[in-house]
Ligand binder design. Sequence first.
Ligand code: NAD
Ligand code: GLY
Length: 363
Amino acid sequence: MFTVNVDLGERSYPIFIGNDLLNDADLIQPYLGEGRVLIITNDVVAPLYLEQLKQLLTPRQVEEVILPDGEVHKTLATISHIYDVLLRGKYDRNTILIALGGGVVGDITGFAAATYLRGINFIQIPTTLLAQVDSSVGGKTGVNHELGKNMIGAFYQPRCVIADIDLLRSLPQREIKAGLAEVLKYGLVYDASFFSWLTQNSELIGKADPSMMSRVVKTCCETKADIVAKDEKESGIRALLNLGHTFGHAIETASGYGTWLHGETVAMGMVMAADLSSRLGWLDKAQARSIRRVIEENYGMPALPPADISVQQYLDLMSSDKKAEKGDIRFVLLRSIGDAVVEGGIDRNLLEETLLAGDQLCL
Ligand code: NAD
Ligand code: GLY
């Protein structure tokens, strides 16, 4: 087992990464506190792992909320349902919530924990690759609004994160690939040698081969922990973790939540960001082409955005991106693989060329 620490003073916490962790009662015990435990999960994950988690927590009194699965349920209505359960059940301030699920369950649970009684503790048990490498770490919690993705939320850190690699065995291949988009992101923004390792080992990593997954999750969590410790509330360097997300969130919102997986739109968005970076003359054309090749060919992810989103739709949606300042859209762009920057004031003509490039992106 590896432990990666997120250093945030008295709100510091460990990320435990390894096999068979959902059978290790001693691991979770010190983080539970003395109060009641409420597990938040969904109707796909519950039949797979809820009993195992409840077993782990015996003899504690444990209850659960089983949400309907899907990004479409990452809403204030779902948060309200959790508040109803907590209030009707007279859960007090010593209660701890446990998020058992992917990024959707984790973001919802974290936001419910951040806001119920002005804040109660929570633990993340991420069950998707995307959640293990990204969403369970760093304390971004929240829900979507029909006018924009993740527009309502709070920074609120968990007590610990337990990333059991074995839980990834039941994950569908499409979900593995969506998680791998966020994995590639870390290489692109921060670590060129990690990107080339991911390129060289794409056959095994693309299948989530267990021999590779611990290193993948550990490297991503180390990178994210380092960035979050330097910039918890995203006033600077943390914004780099949004490579591909400005385009990606626009695609996700325009297509209707749930049409594309979050990670799939991040993959498309990273190709668009590479294309724009190369049109600006910042990123070498050969590197832009290789980014598209790795995403599309090595990893078989969707690399091209849907053709039915107009330039105007993109501009409207991207101008309400959280990084936008006074209507100026700010993008995470690449100077080279492993070296990213956040820039505004981007030439409108070049941006429109990227939005209209279709299958010519990065070529
Ligand atoms: P998800 O939570 O919808 O999970 C994907 C699917 O896999 C769901 O159907 C889920 O029920 C199922 N599933 C979960 N674990 C499983 C398992 N072990 N076996 C089989 N099926 C399983 O999606 P996701 O990709 O995990 O997360 C995406 C969400 O995360 C988005 O809402 C995105 O905005 C958010 N996100 C948040 C952050 C953050 O920093 N908070 C970062 C990245 C993404
Ligand atoms: N997923 C981007 C972040 O946590 O900042």
